[in-house]
Ligand binder design. Structure first.
Ligand SMILES: [Zn+2]
Length: 153
């Protein structure tokens, strides 16, 4: 399960603040830079442009729905950022039933479902019923969906 810190403790370092979807802007400090990833936007393309322009020591603060902040983190890691430089502030992590990105363990298709851990969801890639596991991959930015004999929702 992804874990998120409670109240965000920020260091004195400047932050690249990435706001995804319709999340409200967090408080900015001097030296911070704000960028927005619109709903359906491509965080990888944005970070490819922005990461090389950052001052060494800049950290990332990412806020928005979990599916989006996890996608930004995966793109940042691919872009060379370190996990300890990234702070995620998902706006919906308190909701057990929420949008979750699921990676099908059978056909490797990735989709977003509105579900809780342990629910059965149908993979739009192969049509199998998947058990939405608590295991979350940082690299894939997705929960694992394992084929199951559970009843489809
Ligand atoms: Zn599948």
């Amino acid at each position: 399960m992804p874990r998120y810190p409670g109240p965000v403790v920020r260091t004195g370092a400047p932050h690249l603040v990435v706001v995804t979807g319709t999340a409200p802007d967090p408080d900015l400090r001097p030296g911070d830079r704000l960028v927005r990833v619109p709903v359906g936007g491509d965080p990888a393309a944005l970070l490819e442009r922005v990461l090389p322009t950052l001052v060494t020591g800049t950290r990332l603060l990412v806020t928005g729905p979990e599916t989006a902040v996890q996608a930004v983190r995966a793109a940042a890691l691919r872009g060379g950022a370190l996990d300890e430089e990234i702070v995620l502030v998902p706006t919906d992590a308190g909701d057990a039933v929420r949008d979750r990105t699921v990676h099908c363990g059978h056909c490797h298709h990735r989709s977003v479902v509105h579900a809780d851990i342990g629910d059965a969801v149908v993979c739009p890639g192969c049509g199998l019923v998947l058990h939405l596991a608590g295991h979350h991959s940082r690299r894939l930015a997705a929960f694992l969906g394992a084929p199951t004999t559970q009843q489809a929702p």
